[in-house]
Design a protein around this ligand. Structure first.
Ligand SMILES: NC(=O)c1ccc[n+]([C@@H]2O[C@H](COP(=O)([O-])OP(=O)(O)OC[C@H]3O[C@@H](n4cnc5c(N)ncnc54)[C@H](OP(=O)(O)O)[C@@H]3O)[C@@H](O)[C@H]2O)c1
Length: 297
């Protein structure tokens, strides 16, 4: 039986490692939204013969909600697996998308929400749907790297990147990143509370230095991220590699590792306790109400 798996952010890092793992299963057909079709084609061509035919590409730039809506409307196959993996982290200043939304919130969270809403009717009843979270959403876990944890402020302020006292600074971009990851975890938990036979979960891949995530950082940061941290990380707790984290993620998506709907898991497969707002459900509804506006705009 063919399983259609839609994976965002498959051109690099964790997403690339994940699709390599998933392709080992002959039943998988990949639907890959990519922002650059030429790079997507190169990725597809890196597979041979019948494997290549098991990959469908679709142009989708998550920093443009119009692009997300158009791409989603072009899909028509049932979807059994959804992994909302793509992500960005700007490290110097606040960046805005063409929709005038703070980029981290827009790409990491809102665009994925819009995508999911638009393909809702295609997602099968027993489907599994995952978001990527991160320890940076937790006030205790990434302090040493300058991440104070998610700020569960109002969605309008989130969409403008208005973090208390930190407007347009590198701190504001870290605030935005940790918050976007908290929102992803929050949304998986919120949807898991709705009546459904689908499984919603979120996943912390651990620190995976060397991926493309530092692409918007300073030259010094990029150098450290690509060449220094991968070596240092071998001796640090809580660090992983794209291959290692993708192996666990692939097991979860193919249901050989059992998860309960709403779970937040790390790359080892252990359950994690996320940091959520006190009024979690009403806050989640507020985020959904705000985001729903962008589904049809
Ligand atoms: N690396 C870590 O230490 C770490 C830790 C915790 C969580 N995470 C999360 O893990 C996920 C994967 O990150 P990674 O480290 O593998 O980073 P990565 O190598 O930079 O991969 C990010 C992927 O997202 C895609 N993407 C970014 N912006 C996009 C846009 N506007 N439209 C469409 N696709 C877009 C990228 O596409 P292009 O190739 O076209 O740029 C790429 O395929 C992210 O959600 C990240 O936040 C990473």
């Amino acid at each position: 039986m063919t399983l259609n798996a839609l994976i965002t952010g498959a051109t690099s890092g964790l997403g690339l490692a994940l699709i390599k793992q998933l392709m080992i299963n002959d039943d998988i057909h990949l639907i890959l939204p990519v922002r650059d079709l030429q790079r997507g084609q190169q990725l597809k061509d890196s597979f041979t013969g019948k494997d290549r035919q098991r990959i469908s590409l679709i142009e989708m730039d998550l920093s443009s909600l119009e692009s997300v809506r158009i791409a989603a409307d072009s899909l028509d196959s049932p979807i059994d697996i959804v992994m909302l993996n793509a992500g960005v982290q700007s490290s110097e200043k606040t960046i805005y998308t063409q929709d005038h939304l703070e980029q981290t919130f827009a790409v990491n969270h809102l665009a994925h929400f819009v995508l999911l809403r638009k393909i809702e009717h295609l997602i099968t009843p027993e489907a599994i749907i995952g978001w990527v979270g991160s320890g940076t959403h937790h006030p205790e876990l990434a302090k040493a790297f300058g991440f104070p944890g998610a700020h569960y402020i109002g969605p309008e302020r989130l969409s403008k990147g208005e973090f208390e006292g930190n407007a347009n600074t590198s701190q504001a971009s870290r605030d935005a990143y940790g918050t976007s990851k908290g929102l992803n975890i929050l949304m998986a938990r919120h949807l898991a509370r709705q009546p459904s036979s689908r499984t919603y979960f979120s996943f912390d891949p651990g620190l995976m230095p060397g991926t493309g995530l530092a692409r918007e950082g300073s030259p010094a940061l990029k150098l450290a991220w690509k060449y220094v941290l991968p070596i240092v990380a071998k001796f640090m707790k809580g660090t992983s590699t794209p291959t290692r984290s993708a192996a666990m993620l692939s097991r979860i998506l193919l249901k050989s590792k059992k998860v309960e709907t709403g779970d937040y898991l790390e790359y080892t497969g252990s359950l994690l306790n996320p940091f959520m707002p006190e009024n979690e459900e009403s806050y989640a509804i507020k985020i959904c109400d705000f985001s729903d506006y962008f589904v049809v705009a």
